[in-house]
Design a protein around this ligand. Structure first.
Ligand code: SF4
Length: 219
């Protein structure tokens, strides 16, 4: 199957999925959207009110800000792929429960595998902790990690910057690093022997061997 076909199949499956209790309160599943061949993938926490209404990720004010951030980094929304760790809205916008994350992994992992991006950008704490379980976002935002042979960059959720204006410039500065991080990731994946099955490496770790394990003490 092509990436397009796999992503379409996943989208259809999420719309009728009953693997976790979030299906009980959803109006529309939000499987994600964008370029099936994107070299970069953005993963948020879960659909909010407007996303649940429309079945699309990152709409409303946070979505507008994400579009602005993408534009500043030289991307158009349609050129990248955007999704969430859970595809149905947690009631009241609460964090997804571990069993919900675990159930929805079935879709996220297949999306990552189909798209095979060089870089995954996590948006918010829940998404970050999916890949970097010991991470604290205030310490590691805007920095690159290696997880299972892929670069992961942790970012604040765009909605956080809307609620906390002091974060706005921080988020913008972090997004501005993405073009150079993508080049770094592409070069590393082309030249390295990083295993796709490797466990999460340490902060700042890269396949060229420039890891900085002492930074783990920050967590
Ligand atoms: S959140 Fe994911 S696992 Fe749960 S019902 Fe929705 S699509 Fe299925």
């Amino acid at each position: 199957m092509t990436p397009e076909e796999i992503l379409d199949e996943i989208a259809q499956q999420t719309r009728v999925c009953t693997r976790c209790p979030l299906h009980l309160s959803r109006k529309n599943a939000v499987p994600g959207e964008g370029n099936p061949h994107s070299r970069i993938m953005f993963i948020g926490e879960g659909p909010g009110f407007y996303e649940n209404e429309q079945g699309r990720p990152f709409v409303g004010a946070a979505g507008n800000f994400l579009d602005e951030l993408l534009g500043d980094a030289g991307f158009k929304r349609e050129e990248v792929f955007i999704t969430n760790v859970v595809k149905c809205r947690p009631p009241g916008n609460r964090d997804p429960e571990p069993e919900e994350l675990n159930a929805c992994k079935f879709y996220l992992e297949r999306q990552i595998s189909a798209i095979n991006p060089d870089v995954i950008v996590t948006l918010g704490r829940v998404s970050m902790n999916y890949f970097i379980d010991k991470g604290k976002i205030s310490l590691i935002h805007g920095r690159d990690f290696w997880s299972r042979g892929r670069m992961v960059v942790a970012m604040y959720h765009p909605a956080a910057a809307l609620h906390q204006p002091s974060l706005r410039n921080v988020v913008k500065e972090d997004f501005a690093k993405l073009p150079s991080l993508m080049k770094k990731a592409q070069a590393a994946r082309q030249t390295s022997t990083v295993s796709q099955d490797a466990n999460l490496d340490l902060p700042g770790d890269d396949p060229a061997g420039n890891d900085q394990p002492e930074q783990l003490s920050l967590f």
